[in-house]
Design a protein around this ligand. Structure first.
Ligand SMILES: [Fe+2]
Ligand SMILES: [Fe+2]
Length: 364
């Protein structure tokens, strides 16, 4: 549909990045795209084009985050007017509660926070005469068929995840930093290799008990994976924001992602060691050999001081990574590798990559 233009090696539909009003709430498949304009034509008002591009990319990622958290909340969170849409799945909710009795509350509140993030970012863009972000045309992925989920089109797929759990050891390492080229072992090696559901796909996934617990454990590690991404993305992009108030927006939203991450990594440590009898997915005991020690022990949740900027400096407790070069595309790639967008259209990826390239070009 619409005209196309090429950006590097990827053909991008110029209509793909549809912008419009704030009327469509997350979780609601929306139709009307009247008045859509292409990103190439988007006005930036009194924001620099770079600041607008960074805020737009963040808004897009917050919309995607909201979509996945909404799915978790419908099945495993608290159902109320703040986060409407689902009706809850008692068996899945109980399996999540094995990690912490407050899981349903935390899932609900994380969902509400993400919704507020994209809603604010779009409103801020529009208040400055710039265009907001609307990804409603990409709400094409199926919902879980399990009791509790509403049946609507989704932006993200929580049923075939490949979860990178190296954040666990990255934040426990006292010498490594991805910005200095270091890599880190997985906490749950199986999760990084296969395709696993983090929500029940249907009521058939509610048994046997260890299968359902493995799904809840997967969710527990996935929550932290998502939020450590936001924890790095905001400081990474903030380095290229020009306007002090736009910088204030990034510096005020970003640390809430860190508050989420810290909560979730504490809860992930409570995931019971087990093997799913249906597919062999194993959650190891992270406190016993061959795991255990400084980089696996579950209660070592404070960020270990590590190398930063140069190994000539003393170790310091920091968020990592925070390299600004290519940070937006790096985030898009990480979420794609996570399997979150399995089943999405080429048009979706072209749009996401276009937004990321625009953000990564900001300030350069
Ligand atoms: Fe967020
Ligand atoms: Fe988040």
């Amino acid at each position: 549909m619409g005209e196309t233009s090429t950006h590097g090696d990827v053909r991008t539909s110029r209509r793909a990045f549809v912008v419009g009003g704030l009327g469509a709430a997350a979780g609601v498949a929306a139709g009307g795209l009247a008045g859509a304009v292409s990103v190439a034509d988007a006005a930036n008002g009194d924001l620099s084009s770079g600041d607008a591009a960074i805020l737009r990319f963040l808004s897009a990622l917050e919309i995607l985050e909201t979509d996945l958290w909404q799915q978790y909340n419908e099945l495993g969170g608290i159902q109320d007017r703040e986060v409407p849409g689902g009706s809850g799945n008692p068996a899945y909710t109980a399996a999540l509660a094995v990690l912490d009795s407050d899981m349903a509350q935390y899932i609900h509140d994380n969902t509400e926070d993400e919704h507020s993030h994209f809603t604010f970012l779009n409103a801020y863009l529009r208040a400055h005469g710039a265009q907001g972000v609307n990804l409603d045309r990409f709400r094409t992925l199926p919902s879980s068929k399990a009791t509790g989920a509403q049946q609507i089109g989704r932006l993200t797929n929580l049923m075939e995840l490949t979860v990178d759990t190296s954040w666990w050891t990255r934040y426990r390492s006292g010498h490594g930093n991805p910005d200095l080229g270091d890599t880190f072992p997985q906490a749950v090696p199986d999760l990084a290799k296969g395709k696993f559901p983090a929500i029940p796909r249907s009521d058939a996934d509610l048994a046997p008990k260890k299968h359902l617990q493995a799904i809840a454990n997967t969710a527990g590690f996935h929550f932290a994976f998502i939020e450590q991404g936001g924890t790095s993305l905001y400081p990474s992009l903030a380095q290229r924001v020009q306007d002090p108030e736009a910088l204030r927006v990034l510096l005020s939203i970003g640390p809430t992602e860190t508050m989420h991450f810290q909560t979730w990594q504490d809860k992930a440590g409570n995931a019971p060691p087990l093997t799913d009898p249906t597919n062999g997915l194993t959650f190891p005991d992270l406190n016993a050999p061959p795991f255990g020690g400084q980089i696996f022990q579950t209660n070592l949740i404070m960020p270990e001081p590590t190398a930063f900027l140069s190994r000539k400096f003393p170790a310091v407790s920091i968020i990592r990574p925070t390299d600004t070069q290519g940070a937006a595309m790096g985030a898009a790639r990480a979420l794609t590798a996570d399997g979150l967008f399995r089943g999405q259209s080429a048009d979706f990826f072209a749009t996401l990559h276009h937004l990321a390239r625009q953000a990564d070009a900001a300030g350069s």
